[in-house]
Write a protein that binds this ligand. Structure first.
Ligand code: NAD
Ligand code: TDX
Length: 352
């Protein structure tokens, strides 16, 4: 095995991270991919089942906020590049407990960069890629798009923590010549998505004929992207983006929550052999999320024009694939929704 790069992927056992690790391990047999993950409630080795033992893959259990864990990983695996996805990622949890988001997302990112700077004597041939979100730009009215130059205006503790980490990444680039790249992506969907998030939560509740909790009036708009297309975008930017670059990644695919939930109900009535309209009867309007951003919409023109990336599948295909994956992987769902998830669900939804 000729090893040309040793890439540390933080958060590689999570939703997006596991799709990225799979892509890199399969596409680049000569790279060594080191998944670095603390396995919080959101991390799950089952997400990496098919590739965990691949010859060019290593799993390291470690915490990005620990100096020692990160230092050891750099030394033990001679890390040449970092793709950083580890984070607390759920907006509702950030409203209940912001401090963990500050610790993981801000302190963790700065610690990673400090350890990388200490280990990489010269910055020339290395990349530190920060995977971020469109939520840092705040909330749009019904018109307009976020571009790479839109001002930051985070409005939830989650997005504030991601904005802060983006600012630190940018500061390290300008101050120390640290070799950063960054992208800000819209809402992802696909397999292995934690059922605290809208789409897998609705699929799971439809399957179990439980109420479908729509926040507020269901009129908030999100731009949905197939998670494997996000992974493809990260691959392209990691390899071809210039040092210091930032790109917006999106699906040109905006949906009001309520319309998306109706679409899911229609697909699932069909897949489960229920009569048309049966699942939609489960829709239940509940108390709105505090500070609920009305609309996110990404303009990904720069990524298309400069690096030729565009989404590979339609939302209809992607949503159908996703529904089928959840129906066929009830063992995965059962494991993820047992224990602590039940307490989370009661706490989050019984009070609404
Ligand atoms: P996720 O919650 O599914 O996964 C996060 C992973 O990070 C988990 O495996 C968890 O164990 C790990 N982790 C958490 N704290 C850690 C720590 N202290 N040390 C090491 N590992 C730790 O999240 P996701 O949806 O896959 O998101 C991944 C990244 O992409 C995040 O940075 C998120 O902000 C960003 N992002 C997500 C979306 C989306 O729609 N999900 C969109 C844009 C950007
Ligand atoms: O039960 C629900 N009912 C509901 O109406 C849940 C969980 C959500 N919603 C609404 C809130 C949002 O308008 O659905 C929309 C999507 O909610 P989430 O799945 O929680 O995603 P969002 O808050 O948009 O954030 C996601 O996209 C950007 C990810 O979780 C972030 O990590 C990413 O940065």
């Amino acid at each position: 095995l000729i090893v040309s790069m040793n890439i540390l992927v933080t958060g590689g056992a999570g939703f997006i991270g596991s799709h990225l690790v799979r892509l890199l391990v399969n596409k680049y047999p000569s790279y060594q991919i080191i998944t670095f993950d603390a396995l919080t409630y959101a991390g799950n080795l089952a997400n990496l089942k098919d590739i965990i033992d691949a010859p060019n893959h290593v799993f390291v259990k470690g915490d990005i906020t620990s100096e020692q864990d990160v230092k050891e990983a750099f030394e033990n695996y001679q890390i040449t590049d970092v793709i950083h996805l580890a984070a607390e990622s759920h907006v509702d949890r950030s409203i209940e407990g912001p401090m963990e988001f500050v610790h993981t997302n801000v302190v963790g990112t700065v610690n990673l960069m400090n350890q990388a700077r200490a280990y990489w004597k010269t910055m020339g041939e290395h990349v530190f890629y920060h995977v971020s979100t469109d939520e840092v730009f705040g909330s749009l009215d019904l018109e307009g798009f976020f571009t790479e130059t839109t001002s930051y205006d985070p409005r939830s503790p989650y997005s504030a923590s991601k904005a802060a980490s983006d600012h630190f990444v940018s500061a390290y680039y300008h101050t120390y010549g640290f070799p950063v790249k960054r992208s800000n992506c819209s809402n992802n969907y696909g397999s292995h998505h934690h059922p605290e998030k809208l789409i897998p939560l609705m699929i799971n509740n439809i399957l179990n004929k439980k109420p479908l909790p729509v926040y507020g009036e269901g009129i908030n708009v999100r731009d949905w992207l197939w998670v494997e297309d996000h992974a493809r975008a990260i691959d392209v930017i990691f390899h071809e983006g210039a040092i210091g670059c930032n790109y917006n990644i999106g699906g040109w695919n905006e949906w009001r929550n309520i319309d998306l939930i109706h679409e899911l109900c229609t697909i699932m009535d069909f897949e489960l052999g229920r009569k048309e309209g049966e699942s939609a009867e489960l829709i239940s309007y509940v108390k709105d999320r505090a500070g609920h951003d009305l609309r996110y919409a990404i303009d990904a023109t720069k990524l298309f024009d400069e690096l030729g990336w565009k989404p590979s599948i339609t939302f209809e295909e992607g949503l159908r694939n996703t529904v089928k994956w959840y129906i066929e992987h009830q063992d995965w769902v059962k494991e993820v929704t047992s224990g602590a998830y039940q307490d989370y669900y009661k706490n989050m939804y019984n009070q609404r």
